[in-house]
Design a protein around this ligand. Structure first.
Ligand SMILES: C[S@@+](CC[C@H](N)C(=O)[O-])C[C@H]1O[C@@H](n2cnc3c(N)ncnc32)[C@H](O)[C@@H]1O
Length: 212
């Protein structure tokens, strides 16, 4: 058994996926009435009650990549209510411990994610930082980062990765959801020579940092 597939984390994850489906449907119905948001900041403000969570295959992918990499320190851009955070923290638990640093600029989501991680038995491993990730990830990253997960505002993926690059451990893994929405990030990891990267399906890009 793993932390991801046993109680309490597995039960909490099931509930989060059910909540994500319900809140996603309500959000899409509201957006159909009001029209698309103009900026991503407006979009995420409108989505303050919606999980916008990763899919199940991506949840499993995050867990297995973090396990395979034996990740101890993970930085996450875009925590929401914590589906991805839970999967990453479960992997860190099964790797022997460490820290998952989440980031979320909707304060109610950040607070809910903290409570959920505690309920899942993972609260001791997770720190969810309030505010803009470009500020909250610019400080207090003492240990090298083994894995980065990008799932916040798509136009910021490259800026967040560049911010973290000086802190990356050798052979760090970078995972990006909805990667096709971030052309400059894709060009950086595919063509820059510092990563080996590939699309693994479901619009998820996985990159291995190969430069020192
Ligand atoms: C797609 S959702 C994340 C879903 C989450 N990874 C999961 O699996 O449940 C994106 C989240 O990123 C947050 N976000 C977007 N841009 C951000 C930023 N610049 N700094 C911090 N949080 C941000 C949004 O408020 C939103 O909750």
């Amino acid at each position: 058994m793993t932390t991801l597939t046993s109680s309490p984390a597995a039960d909490v994850l099931e509930r989060l996926f059910a909540d994500a489906q319900r809140t996603g449907a309500a959000f899409r119905a509201r957006m159909a009435e009001t029209g698309p948001a103009r900026t991503s900041r407006e979009f995420f403000a409108e989505a303050k009650d919606a999980h916008l969570a990763i899919r199940r295959p991506t949840a499993n992918l995050l867990y297995l990549l973090a396990r395979t990499r034996r990740a101890r320190t993970i930085a996450e851009f875009g925590t929401s209510f914590g589906v991805s955070t839970l999967c990453l923290a479960a992997a860190v638990r099964d790797n022997g411990g460490g820290r998952v640093i989440g980031t979320e600029y909707e304060p109610a989501k950040a607070a809910a994610a903290r409570a959920t991680m505690a309920e899942a038995g993972l609260g001791d491993l997770v720190e969810v930082r309030d505010g803009d990730a470009l500020e909250s990830l610019a400080r207090d990253l003492d240990d090298p980062v083994d894995l980065v997960f990008l799932d916040g505002a798509k136009e910021m993926y490259l800026d967040v990765l560049r911010l973290l690059e000086p802190r990356l451990a050798p052979e760090a893994i970078v995972v990006a959801d909805n990667a096709s929405q971030s052309a400059d990030f894709l060009a950086h990891v595919r063509d820059g020579g510092d990563y080996i990267a590939t699309d693994v399906g479901n619009d998820v890009e996985v990159a291995l940092r190969v430069s020192p």
